[in-house]
Structures are given as structure tokens and as C-alpha cells.
Design a protein around this ligand. Structure first.
Ligand code: ATP
Length: 364
């Protein structure tokens, strides 16, 4: 069993994780959901020994503290990481990549057996064992990355956004494979943006926001939680009973959301003015003029999306903090309005971003 207790990580003065306690049992799939920058990758890196936890943090595997071990020693304890972006060796063959995963002492003894197990899990890799990894499709490269991690015979497999960049069909295959790996007794700690599919295969889940665990439940309960559905599953704002909460902080959040909505409208207007300027320039010359504001607008749209996500998570935290005193059926309009505004804002930021990308494509 893997456990972190009060795990904190600083990057310089920035606190990326604060007192994070999670647990993954044998054969259990745990998913960590969170917005961009919440600290998900940092959690996996800290467990894998790739970043140094703050004093007082504990990482424990099967009752044995492993904080302070280096990353190679941590692999020997039975923890393997499939990093974001896969990290495979592009110029080596599939089999060479897999064999590199077996460098751990715990795996060297039975390299042949491990390879056989990986090939039975991913028959495609057996067929393509001599192919150069860089020429494989995205989904196949992900199989190589997972296969390589499995070559160290881990008890705990950690994966950082494995579905990133995969087609819906490949995502479905990937999650099915992860479920199968869990059924072999390997515990899985999965960081994912694809909340729907990851919750569908997971046993439990954690919600990580701004470096804090703000919620923990069975995957089934999380998938059915209206706040989780709004924040991570893209569900429309629902009129759920919400606690009166701390009215001061609800008011503050509401004001912030209003401020961002105004800012979103300003950016939208500026963006449209920019597009018009490009259109006018294109009409008056044979070549299309570059839009000087395009880069700045893209940055603003991305900032706005990040702010919208922050508001959404602050809202969820507020709602959760207030939950114990929730009077049955009470539904103050301010919290619902806030939730709807945050969700509109996120949608609007997405629209601005897509308009920007369309405009750039149109410019060629
Ligand atoms: P994403 O979903 O976007 O990958 P994440 O939840 O995995 O995000 P992390 O990558 O763990 O988030 O980052 C958590 C915070 O720590 C962010 O604010 C990020 O900017 C910061 N951070 C991450 N790595 C570093 C680093 N090497 N140096 C400084 N700050 C960092």
C-alpha cells in the first residue's frame, strides 16, 4: 500500500502541495482530479523522488517510509511512474524501450517473464517490437510508456495524464487496459483530466485544488456529485441545494466572478476588433497581415480560463466547507448564481480561445 502523509512541496517560495494525504491499496485504482496547476504532477513526482518534499512530509510504501530515497531507490521499492508526455526514447525500438524499464534489480531476474507479460497485455507491442518508437502512433507510444513502467514489476503504477492527446477510441482502450492492470493486483494512482472515463474505472478519487486535497470519496460518489460534475465533467450548472456558506466569502467570490465576466466581455470585444482589423487588412492587400494583438489575446484568453477554473474550485471549496451545516433543501440563490457565472465564464473563455485558434488557422 502507498500512502502519503502531510506531503508538502515547495518550488522556491511557491507552495505547490500542502499537507496532502492520499492512499492507494493493492489492486485499487485511485484518480486525482484537479484543474491545471493544482499540483497533480507534483504529487506524483514527489512520490517518485523527482522533487524533494518539505520536512515533515511522509511517503510510505507497505509501512516503510521512503522519503529521502532517490528515484532509482524508489523504483526498487515497487513504485513506477509513467510521466506526462510519456518520456519514451524516440530513437530506440519498442523492445529496447521496454528493456530499459527492467533495469531495476527487482525486475532484472525475470526480464524475459516481464517482457512476456507486457506483450500479452499489449499484443500490438509484440507485433511492433522492432519498430523505432518515434514512428509509432500516439496511442502506441503510450502503450510503450506504460509497458516500460510495468517492466520494473511495480506494486504501484502512477500515471500522469496518460490519455492526453489520444483519440476517444484510444482513450477507451487505454482505460480498459488500466482497469485490467488494476485487476492483476497493481495499485494505480492516476492523474487525469478525463474525469469521466477515469472515474468510470476508478475505485476512489481525490480532488486536488491549489495544492490541497479538498475532497475524497468513492469514484461512484464523485461521479454523481453535482459540484464535481460541474467542475470536472462539464455538466451544466444545476440548481442544487447549496449551503448559505460563509456569506462574506460567497459575496467575495461573486464579486470576483462578476469582475472576470466583465473582463471576459472586454477581451471578447478586443478580440473581435482585432479580427475585423485583420479582415480589413486582408481586403486591402494581396497578403494577409498578421494580427499584432493575436498573441496577447491568446495569453489573455488562457489567463481567463485559468481564473475561471480558480473561481470554480474556490466555489467548490466554499460549498464543501459549508456542507456540514447544510439545512435540507436550502438553496440560496447567490451560490447558485455564482456557480452559473463561473461555468458561463469558463465556457466564454473557451469560446474566445477557439475563436482565436480559428482566426490563426484562417490566416494560414
Ligand atoms: P497540469 O494539469 O497543468 O499539468 P498540475 O496539476 O499537474 O497541472 P503541477 O505541474 O504539479 O500542476 O504544478 C503545480 C504548481 O507548481 C503550478 O503552479 C506550477 O506552475 C508550479 N510548478 C510546477 N513545477 C514547477 C517548477 N519546476 N518550478 C516552479 N514552479 C513549478
Amino acid at each position: 500500500m502507498l500512502e502519503t502523509r502531510n506531503l508538502s512541496v515547495f518550488y522556491g517560495r511557491h507552495k505547490a502541495l500542502e499537507n496532502v494525504s492520499v492512499q492507494v491499496n493493492k489492486g485499487e485504482i485511485c484518480v486525482v482530479l484537479g484543474a491545471n496547476g493544482a499540483g497533480k504532477s507534483t504529487l506524483l513526482k514527489a512520490v517518485a523522488g523527482l522533487v524533494t518534499p518539505a520536512p515533515g512530509s511522509q511517503v510510505i510504501i507497505d509501512g516503510r517510509p521512503i522519503s529521502g530515497l532517490n528515484s532509482a531507490e524508489i523504483v526498487e521499492t515497487g513504485i513506477a511512474l509513467v510521466p506526462e508526455g510519456r518520456g519514451i526514447f524516440a530513437d530506440l525500438t519498442v523492445q529496447e524501450n521496454l528493456t530499459l524499464g527492467a533495469y531495476a534489480r527487482r525486475a532484472r531476474r525475470d526480464e524475459g517473464g516481464n517482457l512476456k507479460r507486457v506483450f500479452s497485455l499489449f499484443p500490438r507491442l509484440a507485433e511492433r517490437r522492432a519498430q523505432i518508437a518515434r514512428t509509432m502512433s500516439g496511442g502506441e507510444q503510450q502503450m510503450v510508456a506504460i509497458g516500460r513502467a510495468l517492466m520494473s514489476r511495480p506494486d504501484i503504477l502512477m500515471l500522469d495524464e496518460p490519455s492526453l492527446g489520444l483519440s476517444p477510441l484510444l482513450c477507451t482502450e487505454l482505460f480498459k487496459t488500466l482497469k485490467g492492470i488494476g485487476e492483476t493486483g497493481v495499485g494505480i494512482l492516476l492523474v487525469e483530466q478525463n474525469a469521466k472515463q477515469s472515474l468510470a474505472i476508478a475505485d476512489r478519487g481525490y480532488l486536488l485544488e491549489n495544492g490541497h486535497i479538498i475532497g475524497e470519496d468513492t469514484a461512484e460518489a464523485l461521479a454523481g456529485d453535482p459540484a464535481v460534475r460541474r467542475a470536472y465533467l462539464g455538466a451544466a450548472a444545476e440548481a442544487v441545494p447549496v449551503a448559505p456558506a460563509n456569506s462574506a466569502s460567497t459575496r467575495q467570490l461573486s464579486q470576483m466572478a462578476e469582475g472576470f465576466a466583465i473582463r471576459a466581455a472586454e477581451i471578447h470585444a478586443a478580440h473581435i476588433a482585432g479580427l475585423r482589423a485583420v479582415g480589413a487588412a486582408a481586403a486591402s492587400t494581396s497578403g494577409v497581415q498578421p494580427n499584432p494583438d493575436a498573441k496577447a489575446l491568446a495569453g489573455m484568453a488562457a489567463d481567463l480560463a485559468a481564473h475561471a477554473a480558480d473561481i470554480q474550485s474556490a466555489h467548490i471549496r466554499g460549498k464543501r466547507a459549508a456542507a456540514p451545516e447544510r439545512p435540507a433543501g436550502s438553496a440560496p440563490s447567490s451560490a447558485n448564481e455564482l456557480s452559473a457565472m463561473a461555468s458561463d465564464l469558463a465556457k466564454r473563455a473557451g469560446e474566445i480561445h477557439s475563436a482565436h485558434i480559428r482566426a490563426r488557422r484562417a490566416k494560414g
